[in-house]
Write a protein that binds this ligand. Structure first.
Ligand code: NI
Length: 185
């Protein structure tokens, strides 16, 4: 188990398409569980392998109301229904959140941690997280779904440089943030 560094934009690996996992061997399993540790450490709801520099189709999800993380290999969104506007952020774009359109519900299919093929309908946060993470595997970031630049919010200042006092934050900078349970990464 290990905490892996999370890549941030504009790292090129975030824009690449990840390859299908052909066999769930020891190294793929280790990667998946290192991703779970990394997601937990970062306090995220999800993480895709691209974000730790590995171009394999692996995503992990931690639903706030579930004890164990979900691990999915070769995840596929088989069907989508409707659209709804939701706010999200991403561990690869720290300090920002944005409004994007996501499906009302999806049908999802993947191989789970027990190497069983699972198929289910997902809605609400789970559906949003699965769409966000599968996008990562295709080199897509949530900012690609913004209707306009104004829909991207800065939610925290970059760490200030010594001597850089130009921009002081006095407003309630967290007002656009959502509860931790809605963080999508
Ligand atoms: Ni993300």
């Amino acid at each position: 188990m290990a905490i892996l560094p999370i890549l941030e934009i504009p790292h090129p690996t975030l824009r690449k398409r990840a390859k299908k996992v052909r066999g769930i061997d020891k190294s793929i399993t280790k990667l998946a569980y290192d991703m779970v540790d990394t997601m937990h450490e970062a306090g995220g709801v999800g993480l895709a392998a691209n974000q730790v520099g590995q171009l394999w189709r692996i995503i992990v999800i931690q639903m706030p109301d579930e004890e164990e993380a979900r691990v999915y290999f070769n995840p596929e969104i088989v069907k989508t229904m409707g659209t709804r506007e939701v706010e999200e952020g991403c561990l690869s774009l720290p300090g920002y959140r944005g409004l994007v359109n996501r499906s009302v519900w999806i049908r999802f299919q993947a191989i789970d941690h027990g190497e069983t093929t699972v198929k289910f309908k997902a809605e609400n946060l789970l559906s949003q997280a699965l769409e966000h993470e599968v996008d990562h595997l295709n080199g897509i970031l949530y900012t690609d779904h913004l209707a306009s630049h104004e829909q991207l919010y800065r939610i925290e200042e970059q760490e200030s440089q010594p001597g850089d006092e130009e921009e002081e934050i006095t407003s309630d900078q967290n007002s656009l943030d959502t509860p931790a349970s809605l963080k999508i990464n």
